[in-house]
Design a protein around this ligand. Structure first.
Ligand code: B12
Length: 220
């Protein structure tokens, strides 16, 4: 379900608490939205606050160290919210989630939480992996869908290399789904790097996985 709108004031207050490295203040903002899922909090509060922080960083108003601390505070809070979802008995595709090249891990953590809450058992392949290493891990893990998160344009462009490597291996092509800031900023980018699909939010990942799995089931 899409996140209801959060006021600009609430987003600004959450951002301020993160910049001030004030976990209690940040938690108060999350608690002001009782009953919200991790996906809804991500879309409504976390991503907008970090987009604002990214702008402030570009303008030189916040330091890299503040971004780092802000992410750590947020990671801890989101971990506390993790639902106790148990894997479902329904057959599920083998999913892998990774951050290609860069070290921005918050989106991957949210993605993992949302997939788990929906009954999937995704494999966390880590972050900072090069295209070759990731292609190898994907094959070793016999993945059926690979979800790649990237936050830097340079890393996003590497998806093309990753897809080419997977295609070179022969066998059925592994669907590669992508997401992260570069794809949100340029919706044509996913096609340019030959991704099988892209999503704006972690909730989109659920729809995309269902779509690619359906497409595969339709292949004779
Ligand atoms: C926090 C942050 C950091 C933190 C990261 C800490 C951590 N543990 O993750 C730290 C301080 C380490 C950092 C470092 C750097 N950063 Co930084 N960072 C950010 C910032 C502000 C927020 C990123 C974030 O966490 N957003 C919140 C998460 C939840 O959002 P998300 O990842 O987009 O995920 C959501 C969706 O996109 C989606 N999604 C994500 N993945 C996927 C995948 C699939 C398949 C699907 C369907 C959906 C999906 O679901 C998520 C939930 O809704 C961004 C600005 C921005 N607007 O993104 C800059 C930004 C990404 N960083 C940037 C830069 C330049 C750097 C550094 C190079 C800075 C430096 N001088 O060293 C380093 C590079 C580090 C590296 N090699 O990776 C630039 C990149 C510019 C570019 N053109 O590439 C940005 C855009 C800031 C800017 N405006 O300049 N950064």
């Amino acid at each position: 379900m899409a996140a209801p709108a959060v006021s600009d004031e609430a987003i600004a207050a959450f951002e301020e608490a993160l910049v001030d490295a004030d976990p209690a203040g940040a938690k108060r903002q999350l608690q002001a939205l009782p009953g919200w899922s991790v996906a809804q909090l991500a879309d409504g509060l976390v991503v907008p606050a970090f987009d604002r922080l990214g702008g402030a960083f570009e303008r030189g108003e916040v330091a890299l160290s503040q971004l780092y601390i802000a992410s750590r505070v947020c990671e801890t809070l989101l971990d506390e919210l993790r639902s106790g979802a148990r894997p479902s008995d329904a057959p599920r595709p083998r999913l892998g989630v990774a951050v290609l090249e860069d070290h921005h891990v918050l989106g991957k953590r949210i993605l993992l939480s949302v997939l788990r809450a929906a009954g999937h058992t995704p494999i966390d392949l880590g972050h900072g992996l090069g295209a070759e290493a990731l292609a190898r891990r994907a094959r070793e893990e016999r993945l059926e869908v690979l979800l790649v998160s990237v936050l830097m344009l340079r890393s996003a462009l590497r998806v093309k290399e990753l897809v080419a490597m997977l295609a070179r291996d022969g066998g059925p092509m592994l669907p590669v789904l992508v997401g992260g800031a570069p794809f949100r900023l340029d919706p044509k980018l996913a096609d340019e790097v030959h991704a099988s699909g892209w999503g704006r939010s972690a909730t989109d990942a659920l729809r995309l996985v269902a779509e690619v799995v359906d497409d595969w089931a339709g292949v004779p």
